[in-house]
Design a protein around this ligand. Structure first.
Ligand SMILES: *[C@@H]1O[C@H](CO)[C@@H](O)[C@H](O)[C@H]1NC(C)=O
Ligand SMILES: *[C@@H]1O[C@H](CO)[C@@H](O)[C@H](O)[C@H]1NC(C)=O
Ligand SMILES: *[C@@H]1O[C@H](CO)[C@@H](O)[C@H](O)[C@H]1NC(C)=O
Ligand SMILES: *[C@@H]1O[C@H](CO)[C@@H](O)[C@H](O)[C@H]1NC(C)=O
Ligand SMILES: *[C@@H]1O[C@H](CO)[C@@H](O)[C@H](O)[C@H]1NC(C)=O
Ligand SMILES: *[C@@H]1O[C@H](CO)[C@@H](O)[C@H](O)[C@H]1NC(C)=O
Ligand SMILES: *[C@@H]1O[C@H](CO)[C@@H](O)[C@H](O)[C@H]1NC(C)=O
Ligand SMILES: *[C@@H]1O[C@H](CO)[C@@H](O)[C@H](O)[C@H]1NC(C)=O
Ligand SMILES: *[C@@H]1O[C@H](CO)[C@@H](O)[C@H](O)[C@H]1NC(C)=O
Ligand SMILES: *[C@@H]1O[C@H](CO)[C@@H](O)[C@H](O)[C@H]1NC(C)=O
Ligand SMILES: *[C@@H]1O[C@H](CO)[C@@H](O)[C@H](O)[C@H]1NC(C)=O
Ligand SMILES: CC(=O)N[C@H]1CO[C@H](CO)[C@@H](O)[C@@H]1O
Length: 415
């Protein structure tokens, strides 16, 4: 019987932890998670695995996304064969905090911080650990966002302070911008082309050398902690004339795209509500939430966030429906925002509830009368079937053709 293998694990655990671990393993076993129970035993073979088990059994509240046995059967085989990867995978299924009675329907996306902090997979500011995002859809089911397979919670139970969400797939970690763009069915290929054409000089204080990389490479690998308001491909196409007007002005194009970025801070959607941030160009970014949705304003352009919380290893994207055509800059404000972001990042915070919960709880008010309806075809993450799944080959080809059209028009070809 699988559970007897786990008694080896229990024997190795400190007595104080053993009781919490026993009740957790029993709960998992009786809810049919025998693979997860045996994986817990496997975790004892590595330091990273032991650390995950000891945090989980510390008595602190957690939400454990518990994949079913068949979810493990259909997961890539390297997950279970590589003990270090396995520890990271389990860590990504453990969310810190008690999420009961924390009603987050106001933004319709709930995010919690996991135990996954391995720098191979996570490069957020201040070495923060990665988050999981989920949403309750019209089918009344909890769907985990940004997954290759639609992943839903099929049962909920508790063991001590741990809430167990049975899930029908093993969750995958957020992938880099370059891997995320082709997998995204809301279409960011237009903005990829644009970002690749905008060069940015960066000063490396270790080597004292200035080097040039494209804004795409900066977001893909160089920045640790950022928020990018990414216009979708049709927004880029709608702005073709404004963008072609700037094509010979490198400074203006740089400013325009930096006005879509918060440098140094990963701001998930619940934290946007009612807040102001400074863009990487030093201009104010303002956010509003009303009955039709979530909006961002820069200069005189307001765009709607149509897919929030596309998670990346080193930041987050919110997909928007218009280009924020603002070429204003304020370099002083930009560098002071970046330096306060880096000092804020080092302050440790304990994750005990959904991210942004206090902000949204205040905004939602007692009656919840201003709750976002998130209706229409543009609900992004909140809409069924709009998740981060692989588009069909036909979709990829048609988007590719559309982008080629924009490029052939010369909008992003810098002299
Ligand atoms: C849900 O979990 C409870 C408690 O472990 C268990 O009794 C029940 O059979 C489970 N239901 C399903 C559909 O798996
Ligand atoms: C659950 O958490 C509460 C408060 O955080 C704590 O007092 C209690 O001991 C914990 N329970 C277990 C079984 O660890
Ligand atoms: C979801 O729950 C609501 C309220 O309980 C109910 O009216 C609705 O029919 C449910 N929808 C589905 C698809 O079960
Ligand atoms: C979470 O907190 C609520 C009180 O807000 C408490 O009733 C519940 O038992 C806690 N859940 C767990 C799993 O600790
Ligand atoms: C700066 O240069 C050093 C040495 O080449 C390199 O390790 C480091 O990653 C660079 N920093 C950035 C931010 O590119
Ligand atoms: C970089 O410049 C600073 C200040 O001018 C100097 O203290 C430091 O030694 C230089 N580092 C390198 C690697 O040249
Ligand atoms: C380029 O754009 C910047 C910022 O909008 C503006 O100040 C500057 O005059 C422009 N340069 C040219 C040559 O048009
Ligand atoms: C955001 O900026 C607007 C306009 O400057 C201001 O009215 C508002 O009070 C600011 N909000 C916050 C939370 O600072
Ligand atoms: C972010 O801020 C840092 C520190 O001021 C700066 O070196 C870097 O160029 C900025 N990146 C972007 C994309 O603006
Ligand atoms: C919400 O705000 C947007 C942008 O300001 C506006 O276009 C829209 O009409 C507003 N919706 C409601 C219901 O107030
Ligand atoms: C927005 O501002 C730009 C430059 O400041 C101006 O050219 C444009 O006409 C303005 N657009 C609207 C809709 O006000
Ligand atoms: C658009 C959408 O999915 N809205 C959902 C937001 O969450 C509530 C439940 O909290 C659902 O009832 C809505 O359908």
């Amino acid at each position: 019987m699988r559970f007897s293998a786990a008694s080896l694990l229990l024997a190795a655990a400190p007595a104080a932890l053993a009781q919490d671990l026993t009740s957790l393993l029993q709960a998992l076993n009786s809810s049919g998670h025998s693979r997860l129970v045996s994986i817990a035993t496997q975790l004892e073979s590595t330091d990273a695995g032991k650390s995950v088990i000891s945090q989980l059994s510390s008595g602190s509240p957690f939400v454990l996304f518990a994949p079913t046995d068949s979810a493990f059967d259909s997961a890539p085989s390297n997950i279970t064969s590589n003990p270090n990867l396995l520890a990271d995978v389990v860590a990504y299924h453990i969310v810190q905090g008690n999420f009961t009675n924390t009603d987050t329907h106001y933004t319709n996306t709930t995010l919690g911080r996991t135990l996954l902090s391995d720098p191979t997979y996570v490069q957020l500011e201040g070495n923060k650990s990665q988050v999981v995002a989920w949403s309750i859809r019209d089918d009344n089911k909890t769907h985990v966002l940004n997954q290759r397979n639609d992943s839903t919670v099929t049962n909920t139970t508790t063991a001590g302070n741990i809430t167990i969400y049975t899930i029908d797939h093993v969750l995958n970690f957020p992938e880099s911008l370059s891997s995320t763009i082709p997998a995204d069915n809301i279409s960011l290929t237009g903005v990829e082309t644009a970002l690749r054409s905008v060069q940015l000089s960066t000063f490396n204080s270790t080597t004292n050398q200035t080097s040039t990389s494209s804004l795409f490479d900066v977001l893909n690998t160089e920045l640790h902690g950022f928020t990018f308001f990414a216009p979708n491909t049709s927004a880029i196409q709608d702005a073709t004339s404004a963008l072609s007007g700037l094509q010979s002005n490198t400074t203006a194009l740089q400013a325009l795209f930096q006005n879509h970025i918060i440098n140094g801070t990963t701001v998930y959607s619940p934290l946007l509500s009612g807040q102001n941030y400074t863009s990487a160009a030093g201009e104010p970014l303002q956010f509003t939430l009303n009955g039709t949705g979530h909006y961002v304003t820069s200069g005189n352009v307001t765009a709607q966030i149509i897919q929030p919380d596309v998670l990346l290893p080193n930041g987050v994207i919110h997909v928007i429906d218009r280009v924020l055509v603002n070429t204003q800059t304020d370099t002083g404000a930009a560098s002071s925002a970046a330096s306060s972001a880096s000092s804020a990042a080092t302050q440790s915070t304990s994750a005990t509830a959904p991210i942004g919960f206090s902000a949204t709880a205040t905004l939602a008010g007692p009656s919840g009368s201003t709750q976002s309806s998130g209706s229409g075809s543009h609900t992004g993450n909140a809409a069924p079937g709009s998740m981060h799944t692989m588009p069909s080959v036909a979709q990829v080809v048609s988007v590719g053709m559309a982008v080629l059209g924009v490029v052939a028009g010369g909008a992003f070809v810098l002299a």
